[in-house]
Design a protein around this ligand. Structure first.
Ligand SMILES: O=C(O)CCC(=O)C(=O)O
Length: 286
């Protein structure tokens, strides 16, 4: 599947801070991705590399929580094939106006029936460890999604509000919409929340300032999603902020002696001049 940005999608992204898309990957990819989720959360890492963040494992994880792993692409090539896809990188460049796109991290998210919410937040609030600290995201549903099943939700137009300091828990906060209510009040508006209800394989793109979160899964079906968080290709590390947001984890990839990001850890998916990190395709083949 090669996703192509439509003019109306670009307009929606710019007006609302997100756009919902019916199909981002092929149905034939779903079975392999479901198996990859099973493997990752059971600690079976196909490449032998442990993901950068493992927040849940079958043997030790709290069964009431949403399961999350970050940078599954380094551990499993079925994940890598999707989140390192050239057409998704190009689409993000078209939505944002960036001249090139790198992957910052991926998220592997599994919300089984009956599990708890993820709190509303703005992604860019965690990113002062690189400059410019901004991302845009492609969120892919691997199951049919519903509001009752805890799909992702976006506050329409909230990418135009100010960027706020991160507050509250991401996993299972007492009220997952509290942070959104506070931000909306400060912006002087009533939040207009849109639930992404799509068939498996569909999904959305969102701006790094758009407020989003997801409720508990009150359905009897699992809700799995694979997420590409992408950054502009021209970014630099900011060592003074390595202790902020997710800086303590990803600053470990800074090289001695310069602030440039290394393509081995933050590969370029697409660039206007035709460049793409060549090692991606070798990695996917082996
Ligand atoms: O899948 C979810 O419920 C939330 C994912 C998320 O926070 C994101 O894609 O930025």
């Amino acid at each position: 599947m090669t996703y192509t940005v439509l003019k109306k999608h670009k307009q929606q992204f710019s007006d609302n801070g997100f756009v919902v898309v019916d199909q981002l990957i092929n149905q034939s990819q779903l079975t392999g991705l479901h198996q990859a989720f099973e493997d990752l959360f059971n600690g079976n890492f196909e490449t032998g590399v442990r993901p950068d963040e493992v927040n849940w494992q079958q043997s030790t994880g709290d069964p009431t929580l949403t399961r999350q792993i970050c940078n599954g692409w380094k551990s499993d090539r079925r994940i890598a094939e999707v989140v390192l896809d050239q057409s998704l990188g190009k689409a993000i460049a078209e939505f944002t106006g960036w001249s090139g796109v790198r992957i910052m991290i991926d998220n592997v998210i599994w919300k089984p029936a009956g599990t708890k919410s993820l709190g509303f937040h703005q992604d860019n609030a965690y990113l002062s460890w690189f400059n410019p600290g901004e991302i845009a995201t492609c969120w892919i549903a691997l199951d049919d999604t519903t509001a009752k099943g805890g799909t992702i939700e976006f506050a329409r137009g909230s990418h135009k509000w100010l960027l706020r300091e991160p507050k509250g828990d991401f996993h299972a906060p007492e009220d997952y919409k509290q942070t959104l209510s506070n931000a909306a009040q400060l912006a002087g508006v009533d939040p207009d929340v849109h639930y992404v209800e799509v068939k498996a394989g569909g999904g959305s793109f969102h701006h790094g300032k758009t407020w989003h979160g997801s409720g508990p899964n009150q359905s009897s079906n699992p809700r799995r999603s694979l997420v590409l968080h992408a950054m502009p290709d021209k970014v630099e590390f900011v060592p003074d902020n390595f202790d902020k947001g997710i800086g303590p984890i990803y600053s470990r990839y800074k090289r001695l002696g310069d602030n440039q990001l290394d393509e081995n850890y933050f590969p370029v998916l697409w660039r206007k001049d035709g460049y793409r990190t060549p090692a991606i395709d070798d990695f996917l083949k082996t």
